[in-house]
Design a protein around this ligand. Sequence first.
Ligand SMILES: [Ca+2]
Ligand SMILES: [Ca+2]
Length: 421
Amino acid sequence: MRTGCGVPQDPVTIQWRVRVRKGKGYVREPFTLAFLSMTVIASVSLGQAAENLLAARNPGFEKLTADLAEDGVRLKHGGIAYTNLPGWSLQVHSGEAKVNGDTKIAVEGENCLKFEILTEGKRTEVAISADVHNLKPNTIYELSAMIRPYGIDWVNSYFRFYEHDDERMVDSKHRRLINASTLPKFKRFSRRFVTHRNTTRGTLSIYWTGNRQRKGIITKKCMVWMDDIRLVEIGPALPLAVNLREGFEKDLSGWLIAEPGDGDDNNPKLSDEKAHSGKRSLKLSGTWGKVERIFSEEVTDSDVIIWFYDQPQKHSNSRMIMVEADHMRVGIGVKHKSQTNYTTYIEGDPRLIEITDIKRTTGWHEFRWAFSRGNGVTLYIDRKKVASSGRQDYFRSISLGCNGWQGFTCYLDDLMIVPKR
Ligand SMILES: [Ca+2]
Ligand SMILES: [Ca+2]
């Protein structure tokens, strides 16, 4: 309880009708919330100017079915529990987990959800998902939640967008919410997503993995507490990318933090330690950290250019710059396979990862992707052709710093998208 003073107060009851998932459709059912303190209501309403698109489905988990509120429900591999938690689905892959309400550590209101892996000695994935209707195409949405992890690997988020004819699905990139195993208290984490050009609805997921282990009489538990999940509309996606020039001088507006760093000191940020032009550049450090820019249209007949400040080290590490379209991407950078030379990456079947004959050296290097409609893309490092592909002749997003958990400190500057003359 968060009422604080310990003086009993009269409960305040709020009732409204919510949309509840029944089979494939939704029905409206009365829904009651009892608060013990008006202070709690005030704290819930503050700072929520933008409409939470999940508001009708009990995103603060205040009112739970009796089984969830008490002992909790057990989920086995592939288990889905719509009826326990209307509007949400819960899933477990390769193991067993328990989900129940927890009123002892609630952060918003009185209740939250607690997920705990029960299987021992095996990595298990646990997910909470929701279908969202009435999404707008080419629009930025922000997903956020109060989360407290305990003994886990990480927490990710992800969207599957359905295009208007329902014949196609477009998966978003998986966006990491938390790189920490354990946090001492709840914290709000958020990531942004950009819908695709015909998106009308989608399924959002927050998922995490952990490996519960027993050593002698000690069990290392794997748990996540979650509360107050929000999805809000931010605004239209960025317009066509042609003639973009990003010197990383002012701020990271227009960029999505696709993955935080390992610890706040290593979050992707602007830095004045190195600059290719101006005074600053984008610094990526630690083993994680990735930023991304998504455009509202597909871009072709253009060159993408970026300057990469490298500091080669002997141990295995990775930092790739990927230029991406639906299910395709072409990258240049450093991959752990070779620490002495730069590597190119072309997605497809088969996926081509090739070590170039360009040696890594400390200092600035120019990476260039030349896209030509109908012909594909040619990759250059320091003006020397290193690879080409006929598979991908356009792009819609750019990812900086892809790392495979093996990132190292590098700087990026002067991203340019130059249309062909
Ligand atoms: Ca709550
Ligand atoms: Ca700069």
